[in-house]
Design a protein. Sequence first.
Length: 242
Amino acid sequence: MLRELLSLNYDIECIILKRLNKFVVKVLVNGREEYAYLHNTGKLDNLVKEGKKCYCISIEKSKTPRKTKFNLFAIEYGGKAAIVDTRVQERAYEVAVNNNILPWLKNCIVSRKNVRIDKSIIDYKLRCRDLGEVYVELKSAVAVSNEMFALYPDTPTLRGRRHIRTLIQLRMRGMHTVLVFVAGLPGVKGFMPNKYVDPEIHDLVKEAVNKGVIVKAISIYYDPFKNTIVLDKDDLPIRLNG
């Protein structure tokens, strides 16, 4: 299922020169070395490589001086581009929900973002005609296995574990909860939790399924030729290996 979700009119081509730290990448833009902000806490070793074509968004000028002039949101992958900026992934998901595109979240709209529950902040609270209130957590899956399965995480994550535990606890209280893995890569066949990087995440996802949390995965990518974010698959197969 291919469906355009967002049209962008502000992308800037760049070349990755070096990742300076978790959030800053040195890039080449129009022959000049610049600094770009990378809004993703993952390692992204399979994508952030020297010489790879990337796509940035110019950051609007503000009164606060900052080192980075650009946001790096996508990196060339498989003839298209992988979406690495989690905020862009969120925008695509919101469009899909509010426009009734996802078959497993029908008749829902985003009611609130960044909802504080206990010691966690969950990404969304939805209002759905059939289910009422639904709490949703998104996780970015841009690592990939040799079998072309998207993976999460690519580095151990205490925060990710806490979020999944919160969804399980909410479900045990009778609330509707959804865990969504966003594979920001074109051409992936499915999704699986990365037990070799974080076995506890793998076990928590299995527990979430067993406790009644809805666990889903979608795949999206950036099409630089049309300058659009595309929904590739709206319900990726999920493999809970082991």
